[in-house]
Design a binder for this molecule. Structure first.
Ligand SMILES: [Zn+2]
Length: 345
């Protein structure tokens, strides 16, 4: 990084020049008060301007420092909202191009406020709630923003579950009302995989919708989200047979002679399923359509997997960090039932 010796240049470089920070946090170990704000007051101080917001996004997107995609130079100038001009070849690179924030016409600061609010509410927020708190002009905008942020809640290339993992399907939904007021019956099959810890507590969770509870969908999902070598516990459903040949230890819990309550046979999945249903009915008032359910499952997993994180600012950091990761290759290609994300606002 070039340093300018003159006083004026120094102040300019502080204001505009891209400084590769020596104290960029190691991946996975962001520090409160340095990498993310600890309080609302800090949030307001850090993100008082558009430039401060785009500098923060830049650092999240290029944690090891910006590299020009044109010439490989590592120094650039922020020319305006979200734009970097390479000081070598003058090529302009957008900080948000290819991310979920691409194409936004609202200030980045408003997006930051949305991300802060969404991550600071333990159970999340409805579109109406977000619209009110940000003073957004339309419900549609708030709804779209929440969906964009949900897309950032799936960590591309994230680790698969391991150890002892319980997997089972549940049904979500039922009667729902379409935009025309017509009621439809619309139940979705959601498959849940959750780590069961040696302590008996639960670790991380993954969820997905599947069109049918068939072997290809259920085993496909497990292969997608669970590390081979792990132990997978399922019920006696024949569709789960075949896990052994995929490299898993498979334990089927078949309780004969009586109808085993779900919380006995599958305590982890049962717990996650009831939390999920309560959340959909509570925060979202049961208004989630089958078409959009996969995105809500992503948000649920994001929150569940970070439920013990006391630093809400860390969730804010993770959310923005994932928001500026370049659009990943479609995840869950084996059970790709997710609707194609719309790229139009
Ligand atoms: Zn360049």
């Amino acid at each position: 990084m070039t340093e300018h010796p003159g006083g004026l240049s120094i102040s300019l470089s502080l204001a505009q020049h891209v400084v590769v920070r020596a104290d960029v946090a190691a991946p996975g170990h962001p520090v409160a008060g340095r990498d993310y704000p600890r309080t609302l007051m800090e949030f307001d101080e850090w993100f008082a301007s558009e430039d401060a917001c785009s500098a923060y996004l830049q650092r999240l997107r290029w944690p090891a420092g910006f590299v020009c995609p044109g010439c490989g130079a590592t120094s650039a100038w922020r020319t305006g909202r979200g734009l970097l001009r390479c000081s070598g070849c003058q090529r302009q690179t957008s900080i948000v191009a290819g991310t979920v924030l691409e194409g936004t016409r609202k200030p980045l600061r408003t997006w930051f406020q949305a991300a802060w609010y969404v991550t600071n509410q333990k159970l999340g927020v409805s579109a109406l709630g977000l619209q009110r708190v940000l003073g957004l002009g339309s419900y549609q905008t708030a709804w779209t923003w929440l969906h964009k942020l949900r897309r950032a809640m799936v960590r591309p290339g994230r680790d698969r579950l391991r150890g002892l993992v319980e997997a089972d399907e549940t049904y979500v939904g039922g009667v729902e009302r379409g935009v025309d007021g017509r009621q439809t019956h619309d139940k979705s099959i959601v498959i849940i995989a959750v780590e069961v810890l040696p302590s008996g507590g639960f670790g991380r969770v993954r969820l997905a919708t599947v069109p049918r509870a068939t072997r290809s969908h259920l085993v496909g999902f497990i292969c997608d989200v669970v590390e081979p070598g792990s132990t997978v516990r399922t019920d006696g459903l024949a569709a789960y047979k075949g896990l052994e040949s995929q490299g898993y230890r498979h334990v089927q819990r078949v309780l004969l002679g009586r109808r085993a309550p779900a919380h006995v046979a599958m305590p982890g999945v049962h717990r996650v399923a009831s939390l999920l249903k309560r959340w959909l009915l509570g925060t979202h008032q049961g208004s989630v359509t089958a078409k959009h359910l996969p995105y809500y499952l992503d948000e649920f997993a994001f929150r569940f997997n970070r439920r013990s994180s006391r630093a809400r600012g860390l969730l804010f950091y993770r959310l923005l960090q994932q928001a500026v990761e370049v659009e990943p290759a479609p995840y869950r290609t084996l059970v790709s039932t997710r609707p194609q994300p719309t790229h139009k606002p």
